[in-house]
Write a protein that binds this ligand. Sequence first.
Ligand SMILES: [Zn+2]
Length: 268
Amino acid sequence: MPPVADIGVIGGSGFYQFLDRAEEVKTHTPFGPPSDPITVGEVNGRRVAFVPRHGRDHRFPPHQIPYRANLWALRSLGVRQVVAPSAVGSLTPDFGPGTLIVPDQLVDRTRSRENTFYDRNAVHVSFADPYCASGRERAIAVATEAGWPPVPTGTLVVIEGQRFSTRAESRWFAAQGWTLVGMTGYPEAVLARELALCYIPLALVTDLDAGIETGEGVTQAEVFEVFAANVSRLRDLVAGIIAALPQVQPDDVCAHALDGMRLPFDLP
Ligand SMILES: [Zn+2]
């Protein structure tokens, strides 16, 4: 298939529809179908492929999302850079609901998920810096310019879910110096790296994690309100980042993740 898009967006909650007047593309992958048919369209002059992470009707809980199919399908359409917004809980009252964070580190606390494409051969990709450095930098610059300056670093701990953390877990995560809790950031990021894709995370804080709440705490209604108020803002920001993302540079680390590796199959 000739490339039809070069930037992918994996949208989380509130992102079921991202592209207007887009064309639906059916993709088949060796790892089954993606969360939903992928839509391809144009955003600010760039060709973009969009997949709703949880499915359009939110039928996939975090541990059931077909992560491998989603990433494989995007790559097969020509995508080499992935922008990945998600909703997260904050581990510090300093970063309350509505805060935008561009994490730079990740801790994996999941346990039941397929987290590699390579069930044969030794394919040990480097994951010391799990996200695309130049893409993160660009995202931070665009958000700052748009008047929504993000917290420019942070550690996202990805839990198995789908339950939320206990207070003790939450306090323990915070004591490690970790910043955010989410349920979908892994294995998504490592699967992108395993396909030599640039992966740019955008985390929107919707609540304070259990055990971190102080005072009266936020009510669920307030959380929903914050989320609704910010999701359109987040969509606009993703569109702005897409417009500003340069083509993948020849020296980009993500693009070279598989150099010298013997892969058990050809990548799409
Ligand atoms: Zn990159």
